[in-house]
Design a protein around this ligand. Structure first.
Ligand SMILES: [Zn+2]
Ligand SMILES: [Zn+2]
Length: 361
């Protein structure tokens, strides 16, 4: 398939414009003019999950590499199947292409953190990592280029009803008689001993979930993408290609149904917490859980992420920054010397406490 690349020319000088996080507008690289993106008044809608699944089943789409023609320099290049925005590798002009999937993002969170600010955050983060090698801070000069991505996410809403059964444990005390040896003589003493009384329980809890966000991409690892949360979805803007201009952007590669399985796993954590509260007592055992997920709705959205890798001692480490909040998540090297000292210090403290204890202080 051939794709025509879309870009937005500066009305003043004809050079390509890019979305500038600093201005929240399109900005011309050449003459510096800025152009606001008039915000549409369209409301951000939720879509019926089951209806969408049926439609997707009827109309299966496969992703293939995209052949893109740059409208600025006329060059052709190939783009990964799920990519929807990039820069022309020949002239650097933003190139935005059509989606392939039927479900496309109807809203997005624009970049708020600039590349410069994101870099400063990263430097600070590296500096604050206690277990990272000291040399790392010096090594990282901050001139590595970050890549700005609009990554696809699913958001899910659902009202859940969960029937559960289990046991409630209440602690009570009994007085027991113990035989002890005191001054070489046997003696009976009475002591209080804790016991747990388990009572079978069952019940029902209902929870209402709003915008459980699940990364729908393989571009960064699930661990990193999950820890970039939370996202403030109250600031979602109706989709507009101009926000993508100058950034990489992708459509989803983790399907609507798979995404929902991840969402359920997140919801289960909250459901379990609420069951434990419902059971009450001092301890709880949950033996059976049956959850109905009602009124499931979804949105397909794009969230802004700065990402980069850095090399340290011939190993690559990846990190990412939530470009809405500045939250960082990533891999980093460990300083085994620092860790060894920390362990040694902990051992010394433990030994010290033991020593005090033995001496009856
Ligand atoms: Zn211009
Ligand atoms: Zn070009």
């Amino acid at each position: 398939m051939k794709f025509q690349a879309l870009n937005f020319k500066c009305p003043n000088c004809g050079a390509p414009t890019k979305f500038s996080p600093a201005f929240g507008k399109l900005k011309c690289d050449f003459c510096g003019s800025t152009f606001p993106i008039e915000e549409s008044v369209e409301e951000i809608k939720e879509y019926d999950y089951h209806a969408a699944l049926e439609k997707l089943a009827e109309n299966k789409k496969e992703l293939h590499e995209k052949n893109v023609k740059c409208t600025s320099c006329g060059s052709s290049f190939t783009l990964s199947p799920y990519s929807i925005s990039t820069l022309c590798p020949f002239c650097g002009t933003p190139a935005i292409v059509d989606f392939v999937h039927d479900i496309t993002p109807q809203s997005l969170i624009p970049f708020i953190f600039t590349q410069q600010k994101a870099k400063e955050r990263f430097k600070k983060w590296i500096g604050s990592l206690w277990f990272a090698p000291s040399a790392l801070g010096k090594y990282f000069r901050g001139n590595e280029k970050l890549k700005g991505y609009y990554l696809p996410y699913w958001t899910y809403d659902s009202n859940t009803t969960t029937h559960y059964s289990g046991q409630r444990g209440d602690i009570y005390y009994v007085t027991v008689t113990r035989t002890v040896v005191q001054n070489g003589r046997q003696r009976n003493i009475r002591v209080q001993e804790a016991r747990i009384r388990w009572t079978p329980v069952s019940g029902r809890v209902g929870l209402s979930f709003d915008d459980v966000t699940i990364g729908a991409t393989h571009t960064i690892s699930r661990v990193i993408i999950d820890s970039l949360a939370p996202w403030d979805t109250t600031t979602l803007k109706p989709f507009d290609e101009r926000y993508l201009s100058g950034f990489e952007a992708e459509e989803y590669t983790i399907g609507l149904d798979n995404g929902f399985e991840f969402a359920k796993a997140k919801m289960r954590v909250s459901i379990e917490r609420s069951i434990r509260r419902d059971i009450g007592g001092d301890q709880q055992q949950i033996t059976h859980v049956d959850t109905a997920y009602n009124n499931v709705t979804y949105k397909n959205v794009l969230f802004p992420v700065w990402t980069a890798t850095f090399e340290y001692k011939k190993k690559l480490y990846r990190y990412a920054i939530n470009a809405q909040t500045g939250k960082i998540s990533g891999e980093h090297p460990y300083s085994y010397v620092k860790i060894a000292f920390a362990v040694l210090a902990a051992v010394l403290v433990a030994v010290g406490l033991f020593y005090l204890d033995q001496n009856g202080y």
